[in-house]
Design a binder for this molecule. Structure first.
Ligand code: CO
Length: 173
């Protein structure tokens, strides 16, 4: 099987809407362990399946960062059932956009529904950094990148820089 790698900005898979997962097959279980390994190696605190070239609704999220006991957890077909009115701004980065950061406003509290690797669907509350990671990763499932959520002026600067980087890479091929 082809070795999975993190897809970088410019790859069309990052702009596609990902498909629901209907069954937890051995292939999905392998994808979960591959993605968890890739995320930890990067290192990162979240990863969405489209970032490894798989257009499926699966994300890996690091829970417990604010309690100093980080542990990665797969969320399959995640949905936001409720969110707070309150948003908080914080600097974000993305493994698919190396070297780029920007302030993004995200809801501070969520009620999320997702399926685990045993096929069990449940609802749970998340707050702070965990809620932020979930919103960032769920955006990836709809082809949205954090640079789409920062101020337009800064988007301009970043997108121009990214286009330049892409042209340079293409010139090398
Ligand atoms: Co990302």
């Amino acid at each position: 099987m082809e070795k999975k790698q993190i897809k970088i900005y410019g790859d069309p898979v990052l702009r596609k809407k990902a498909y629901e997962i209907n069954e937890i097959t051995p292939e999905i279980k392998t994808l979960i362990s591959d993605m968890t390994r890739i995320m930890l190696q990067a290192p990162g605190i979240g990863l969405a399946a489209p970032q490894v070239g798989v257009s499926k609704r699966l994300i890996i999220v690091t829970f417990g960062l604010d309690e100093d006991r980080p542990h990665p957890r797969p969320l399959i077909n995640p949905e936001i059932l409720w969110h707070s009115d309150q948003k908080e701004e914080m600097e974000e980065g993305c493994l698919s956009l190396p070297g780029i950061t920007g302030d993004v406003a995200r809801w501070t509290d969520l009620v999320v529904c997702a399926t685990d690797s045993n096929g069990i669907r449940s609802e749970f509350d998340v707050h702070g950094i965990t809620a932020r990671i979930i919103q960032h990763e769920m955006d990836h499932l709809d082809g949205v990148l954090f640079i789409d959520r920062i101020t337009l002026k800064r988007q301009d600067v970043i997108k121009r820089r990214l286009d330049r980087q892409q042209t340079k890479t293409q010139a090398l091929v």
